[in-house]
Design a binder for this molecule. Sequence first.
Ligand code: MN
Length: 197
Amino acid sequence: MANSYFTPADLPYAQDALAPVISADTIAFHYGKHLQAYINNLNAALPGSGFEGKSLEEIVRTSEGGIFNNAGQVLNHTLYFTQFKAAGKESEPKGALAAAIARDFGSFESFKAEFQKKGAGLFGSGWVWLSSDAEGKLHITQESNAGNPVCRGLNPLLTFDVWEHAYYLDYQNRRPDHLAALWQIIDWDVVESRYEK
Ligand code: MN
């Protein structure tokens, strides 16, 4: 019998709701196949590992090797897939997060430019992250492969997946175009709630 310690977070939108920024086909493979494989691999590796019963974040912070890679990818994709809203009117951060972005990056536009540049410039597979530290200061970091800012003691707020599986069906080699389009579907209420935690 398969273990089911972890299961995929429900998508807060229909599989075709992010199109044309992210197609239903990409969601079907990325959420339905890639994320599910990371979950299956993690669940299969947990028995007898010493990590059974621990939270996903604690596993990511304290594990290494195959357990870290799969747990990291489960945490990363959970934060990624739950930060989007149906394509439509592009929104902007409000409140405390908007003020922190202006303080730490100069403006929302310069934050977006820096975030896209770090995502486009990440060599190979990985993630670009916006995180906050214990003082509420914001940081943009590049993480290779399954990396997550919780390993640096940061609170992850927003992420763009730059693994090719995240965009190749829709954008082929045009990673920068994919990253530039993602702003249209960011649910800033979700990102803001992560910042206020
Ligand atoms: Mn991915």
